[in-house]
Design a protein around this ligand. Structure first.
Ligand code: TMP
Length: 238
């Protein structure tokens, strides 16, 4: 905890890799902004990323993955494109940032592949996990927060959003239910790294729970930093 805080004249704080997961509409992206802002205001050098994306090549792959015109994409192609985007992100961005002692906050990472392509899709789980391993090598999250929300509630929240659903959102409610179950299973299996946060609460209560989990993983933020983050990010939804 304390030793992870950057202090002038001291050894630099080691990097930390935080990943945020959840079904579509769980409010994860708002929490990502709040968490990054609070860590920054607590003196950490934060890099915020999203998956798929976060590098020029990975953003191009993202566009392919989410384009509703690619409805004919097969499950193996889908799996490999997510892994290709991830491999490039780790190689070009995450690895170097962690080596510099930065805190990387990534909106989704390999647990999304296990939950979406594995649990909800047709890819056997062990294949998804082997593909994850190929993409990331030794680059694993230090802590993963899963924002857990009833898929019916998430669908109702998303119905209020502008724009047509992307290719993944268009897979429907039954798919999202399997994804949610997948994330819960991962959290049960890896309680040390993966923490469930009840995302049905008001945004500030979800944020408080997320901060408590981060503190327990050695990434404390001050109460003042949390207040400032809320003021800076505001309450608009992602
Ligand atoms: P986003 O909407 O959170 O930006 O994520 C894009 C979509 O891609 C979302 O529906 C989740 C999905 N996804 C997967 O299916 N597998 C993955 O490995 C990742 C990172 C995202």
């Amino acid at each position: 905890m304390e030793q992870k805080q950057a202090r002038r004249g001291d050894r630099p704080a080691p990097g930390a890799f935080v990943t945020l997961e959840g079904i579509d509409g769980a409010g994860k992206s708002t929490q990502a902004r709040l968490i990054a802002a609070a860590l920054e205001r607590s003196g950490r050098d934060v890099l915020s990323l999203r998956e798929p994306g976060g590098s020029a090549i990975s953003e191009k792959i993202r566009a392919l993955l989410l384009d509703p015109a690619n409805a004919g994409m097969g499950d193996t192609c889908e799996l490999l494109l997510y892994e290709a985007a991830r491999a490039q992100l780790v190689h070009e961005v995450v690895g170097p940032a962690l080596a510099e002692g930065r805190v990387v906050v990534c909106d989704r990472f390999y647990d999304s592949t296990t939950a979406y392509q594995g649990f909800a899709g047709s890819v056997p789980r062990e294949v998804a996990e082997r593909a994850n391993g190929l993409a990331v090598g030794s680059c694993h999250p230090d802590i993963t927060l899963v924002f857990d929300l009833d898929p019916d509630l998430a669908a109702a929240r998303m119905a209020g959003r502008a724009g047509a659903p992307d290719r993944m959102e268009a897979k429907g409610l039954a798919y999202q239910r399997r994804v949610a179950e997948g994330f819960r299973a991962i959290a049960r299996e890896e309680p040390g790294r993966v923490r469930l946060v009840d995302a049905a609460q008001p945004v500030d209560a979800v944020f408080a729970c997320a901060l408590a989990e981060l503190a327990s993983a050695g990434l404390p933020v001050t109460a003042e930093a949390a207040r400032e983050a809320i003021a800076a990010v505001g309450w608009e939804r992602a």
